[in-house]
Design a protein around this ligand. Structure first.
Ligand code: KG4
Ligand code: ZN
Length: 338
C-alpha cells in the first residue's frame, strides 16, 4: 500500500490555517513526533482567524516548530528521506509559508517532495499506527472548513459521497458559540458547556437536504439566533448550557444520521472519523455506540490526529508518488478544494 519504504523518515509540514504543524513519521506509519503550535489565542480577540496575522505567525514559528519535531524524534535534517507538505486547500498566504519552507528544506538536500491535499490528510489520519484502519472504509470528515462523507477503497484517493451544501459542522459550532458569547474556537467551548446542559431542552431543526448524503448546517445556526432573540440576553446567558447541549445534539445527530445512511447504502463495515469536530466528545461517544449497534468496526483517532496536524499529512504522503528534485520548485498552493 505504502509507496515509501517502511523505514523511511518523512518530515511533514502543515500550515493551511492557524496552526503551525510539523511531524516526523516513518514509512510504515509510526509517529515519531507531531508538533502543533496553535495560534488560537492570537486570533481569539478577533473572534476568528485573520489570514494575514496567521501567515506572519507561520513565518515566525515554522523553523522552530520543525526543529522541535526533529528533536522530539531524536533526528536531524540529515535523517530525512522525504518532505511532505500541505498544498491546499486553505488560506493561501498561510499555505505558501509551509510550501516554501518545505521546498527549501527539500531542495537544499536534493530530497524528493510530496505535495498533499489537506482533506486527504484528514481522510487517512486513521491509517497511522498504532491501530491503522484498513481500506475499504467510510470516513466522516467534519472540520472547520469542510464536512463530507467519503468512501476509501485505496488510501491514495477517496470518493466524496455527500458533503455540506453550506456551512461546515465546525462553522456551525464556531458561529453557534459566538451567539452564546463563548470564546473562539467554539467547538471545544460548546463541547465543555454542553456537559452541564440538557440536550432535550430545546428543539432544533435537523435538515436533510436532497435525497443523497449531503448535509446542511446554516438553518441550524439561524434557528439558534432566533431562539436566543426570543429568550433575550439574560435568559440566553442563564440557559447557555441547555442551548449548547441541544445545539450540539442537533449537529451531531445530523452527522450521525447521514453516516448511518452511508453505511447502509455502501455496505462498508469499517468507519473512521476525522477533522476537528471528530474531537467532540458527544460525536465520539455516539459513533462508538453506532459501531456497536450495527456491528461496524469504528476507528476514532486520538485528538491530536483529529484537529489539524502534520502527522496526517505525512500519513497521506506515504500513499502518493513523490516528486524528485527539482520538479517541485515551481509548485503552487491552491486555496480551494481540488
Ligand atoms: O480540522 P480542523 O482543526 O481545521 C480545519 O481544517 O478546519 O477543525 C477545526 C474545527 C473548528 O471549527 C473547531 O471549533 C472544531 O474543529 N472543533 C470542535 C472540537 N474541537 C475542535 N468542534 C466540536 N467539538 C470539539 N471538541
Ligand atoms: Zn483541517
Amino acid at each position: 500500500m505504502s509507496r515509501v519504504p517502511a523505514a523511511a523518515t518523512v518530515l511533514a509540514v502543515e500550515t493551511s490555517c492557524d496552526d503551525t504543524c510539523a511531524a516526523i513519521v516513518t514509512g510504515d506509519g509510526r509517529i515519531r513526533s507531531n508538533v502543533v503550535a496553535s495560534q488560537g489565542l492570537l486570533h481569539e480577540r478577533y473572534g476568528g482567524v485573520v489570514p494575514e496575522v496567521a501567515s506572519r505567525r507561520h513565518l515566525e514559528v515554522a523553523g522552530p516548530v520543525i526543529e522541535d519535531a526533529l528533536e522530539r524524534a531524536v533526528a536531524g535534517l540529515g535523517d530525512v528521506d522525504l518532505v511532505a507538505v500541505t498544498r491546499g486547500p486553505g488560506l493561501i498566504g498561510a499555505l505558501l509559508v509551509g510550501l516554501s519552507t518545505a521546498k527549501a528544506i527539500a531542495a537544499a538536500r536534493r530530497l524528493p517532495l510530496t505535495p498533499v491535499d489537506h482533506l486527504h490528510g484528514h481522510v487517512v489520519a486513521s491509517t497511522l499506527a498504532p491501530d491503522p484502519i484498513e481500506p475499504p472504509y467510510l470516513c466522516l470528515v467534519a472540520s472547520g472548513g469542510h464536512s463530507f462523507l467519503a468512501r476509501v477503497d485505496e488510501p491514495e484517493r477517496y470518493e466524496v459521497l455527500g458533503r455540506t451544501l453550506d456551512d461546515s459542522a465546525g462553522e456551525a459550532f464556531d458561529k453557534g458559540a459566538r451567539l452564546l458569547g463563548l470564546p473562539y474556537p467554539g467547538g471545544p467551548a460548546i463541547d465543555r458547556l454542553a456537559r452541564e446542559g440538557d440536550p432535550t431542552a430545546f428543539e432544533f431543526p435537523r435538515s436533510r437536504p436532497g435525497s443523497g448524503l449531503d448535509l446542511s448546517f446554516s438553518g441550524l445556526k439561524t434557528a439558534l439566533l432566533y431562539r436566543s432573540r426570543e429568550l433575550g440576553e439574560q435568559a440566553t446567558r442563564q440557559r447557555a448550557a441547555d442551548l449548547a447541549a441541544s445545539y450540539q445534539d442537533a449537529i451531531v445527530g445530523a452527522l450521525l444520521a447521514r453516516t448511518r445512511e452511508a453505511i447502509e447504502q455502501t455496505g462498508l463495515r469499517r468507519l473512521a472519523i476525522g477533522g476537528g469536530v471528530a474531537a467532540n466528545s458527544e460525536l465520539r461517544g455516539r459513533v462508538r455506540r453506532l459501531g456497536e449497534e450495527i456491528g461496524c468496526e469504528v476507528s476514532i483517532p486520538d485528538f491530536s490526529l483529529c484537529t489539524d496536524n502534520a502527522a496526517m499529512i505525512a500519513g497521506a504522503a506515504r500513499f502518493l508518488a513523490p516528486i524528485a528534485f527539482p520538479g517541485y520548485l515551481d509548485l503552487d498552493a491552491y486555496p480551494r478544494a481540488a
